[in-house]
Design a protein around this ligand. Structure first.
Ligand code: SF4
Ligand code: SF4
Length: 469
């Protein structure tokens, strides 16, 4: 089938003629050259997309590597990935958004089959290559698959409108909290509008094909609901609409790929490694700090000489974390995997009782800060220093001190993120290095130090309760 991508072809042809490089582009617009030009444009777009995507992906990978080494209790691996990332197991704690998200997710996964064909068509200058390659015997199965994708796409479209309404009309509380103002809100809406764009264009492509060749393309939705809307158009217009739908869809997909690493939608990729590296230590278990263990050992045994505990770049490890680079790489991977859904914040008792703390904001701040450090290092090298830190410039003392360590945020997160781990590390720094704990806590620490218990009683009086009976 001859490819009609007339406006850019005309433009390229006239440019070619102007600069007298007509050997390739001359004369024919609807012939073999137009196919070739469309292929060239497609392959260039593909290469540019791949370059931009991998350049940003590399930047994110390098930023994650800026974190300290992590000690993970990880046995699930692939099983966790299949259950939690692919199977979306934790999504089903809340049915309506789970079902709606499920429609979009399944449509996204299954649509990759059609996308594969679109990619192959683009590179090889074909049209519906799979159908053509497998012959007429394959037609029934092909029609079934594309129809299935179309039905899923309609469900995904409905879900997209529901999500837009929840964010912009119903203003579901967890979706309109202060940290969601500005870019995060725009990002969430942009992606939903993008999804509408993709679905509309694929239906335009299939519908125009069905109107042109009703005997050949009889897909469930496009043949019955879109093609009738296009029935009055000439063959030339239908061909143009089919190409418009094809290019509109594929440009939308490629632009989406470039955009993903800049968006919270990076979770569609990072949810997989994040689930794979899930730390399965018991909920709420606080890790010992090697630096503290050394201090305690040295106190009990004067002959003990501790090895200095260094982080990945060789500097002595702090007590706790002040900046994003003091956190582990798993904390940073968590931050990049956050979907900004706010389930953690909605479940947080501190947030519910009006405190400043939002575990979602902790994750967003961590990601923004490590991004800032990464960009700074790109420009100024490894010694980049901007006088800022995660604790203080992004997250306040008031926020971290409001945490009750209840673990609800960890329990709720569908992407298996652990905001509590970051909060505890920041709090450790605040207490152990900056000596900025609250008055009540100082009293408790003194009691533990002097009385070996949090109360103001002498250890000698501990069993008095027995004698008083
Ligand atoms: S652990 Fe802290 S941040 Fe997480 S839900 Fe509980 S109080 Fe909120
Ligand atoms: S940490 Fe988890 S629950 Fe909280 S906003 Fe991010 S993805 Fe949602």
């Amino acid at each position: 089938m001859l490819v009609c991508f007339q406006p850019p072809i005309r433009m390229l042809t006239s440019i070619a003629q102007k600069f007298k490089i007509s050997a390739i582009f001359e004369t024919r617009i609807n012939g073999i050259y137009s196919i070739l030009i469309a292929q060239i444009i497609f392959i260039i777009l593909l290469l540019v997309t791949g370059f931009l995507f991998f350049r940003k992906a590399k930047e994110i990978y390098q930023n994650i590597q800026l974190g300290r080494a992590a000690t993970l209790n990880n046995t699930g691996g692939v099983k966790n990935m299949l259950l939690l990332a692919l199977g979306q197991k934790k999504m089903f704690q809340n049915m309506l958004p789970a079902v709606m998200h499920g429609f979009i997710y399944v449509a996204f996964i299954i649509t990759q089959i059609e996308l594969l064909e679109i990619f192959a068509d683009g590179v090889l200058g074909e049209h519906r290559l799979f159908l053509k390659s497998f012959g007429d015997g394959f037609k029934g199965f092909y029609t079934f698959i594309i129809s299935f994708i179309e039905i899923l796409s309609v469900l995904a479209l409905i879900a997209t409108f529901v999500f837009l309404a929840r964010r912009n009309l119903l203003k579901v509380p967890r979706l309109v909290m202060p940290e969601m103002n500005g870019w995060p809100k725009l990002d969430a809406n942009l992606i939903l509008i993008w999804e509408i764009w993709l679905v509309v264009h694929i239906f335009l492509m299939n519908g125009a094909d069905a109107a042109l060749h009703p005997d050949k393309y009889n897909f469930a939705i496009s043949a019955n609901f879109v093609a009738p809307l296009l029935s009055g158009f000439s063959d030339g217009t239908l061909q143009f609409l089919e190409r418009w739908g094809w290019w509109g869809h594929i440009i939308g997909v490629l632009a989406f790929l470039v955009y993903i690493p800049y968006s919270k939608h990076l979770h569609i990729i990072l949810a997989f490694p994040n689930a794979y590296f899930l730390d399965e230590k018991p909920a709420g278990k606080v890790d010992n700090m090697p630096t503290i263990t050394n201090e305690v050992k040295a106190m009990f045994d004067p002959t003990f000489t501790p090895e200095p505990v260094t982080d990945t770049n060789g500097t002595t490890q702090k007590f706790g974390a002040k900046d994003a680079t003091d956190l582990t790489w798993k904390n940073l991977l968590d931050a990049y995997s956050c979907t900004e859904c706010g389930r953690c914040t909605a479940a947080c008792p501190a947030n519910q009782t009006g405190k400043l703390l939002s575990p979602r904001k902790v994750m967003m701040d961590t990601r923004d800060r490590i991004d800032e450090i990464g960009k700074g290092m790109q420009k100024e090298g490894k010694d980049f220093e901007d006088g800022k830190a995660l604790l203080g410039n992004y997250i306040s003392n008031e926020e971290i001190m409001a945490c009750t360590s209840c673990n609800a945020c960890v329990q709720e997160c569908p992407v298996t993120i652990n905001p509590l781990d970051i909060i505890l590390q920041l709090r450790r720094y605040q207490i152990l290095e900056a000596a900025q704990s609250s008055e009540e806590w100082n009293v408790m620490f003194n009691n533990i130090e002097n009385n070996q218990a949090p109360w103001q009683f002498s250890p000698m009086d501990r069993d008095k309760w027995r004698t008083e009976i």
